[in-house]
Design a protein around this ligand. Structure first.
Ligand SMILES: [Zn+2]
Ligand SMILES: [Zn+2]
Length: 86
């Protein structure tokens, strides 16, 4: 059985598109292109968010701290204070 398609206007590019569900009033609808683009953007944002603030333990003073980069395995990580003191 074929799925019923509903006509809708994409909230991103304003293009007319067909979606497999009845568009709900007030809920943004995205065409295939924008939906895929959005997924890509979200993944990009996730990676960016992940890149910030890695929880590590300072190799010098043993304090828990965060660094803005992914610590390399086996390489000692220093907190800001110890890093400045070097
Ligand atoms: Zn679109
Ligand atoms: Zn330290």
């Amino acid at each position: 059985m074929e799925r019923e398609m509903f006509k809708a206007i994409c909230s991103e590019c304003k293009k007319e598109c067909e979606i497999p569900f009845n568009p709900t009033e007030g809920r943004p609808v995205k065409c295939d292109d924008c939906f895929r683009k959005g997924r890509y953007d979200n993944r990009f944002n996730d990676e960016r968010r992940e890149r910030r603030d890695f929880h590590v333990v300072c190799a010098e003073c043993g304090r828990a701290t965060t660094v803005p980069f992914k610590p390399t395995q086996g390489k000692p990580v220093l907190c800001r204070d110890c890093f400045k003191g070097k």
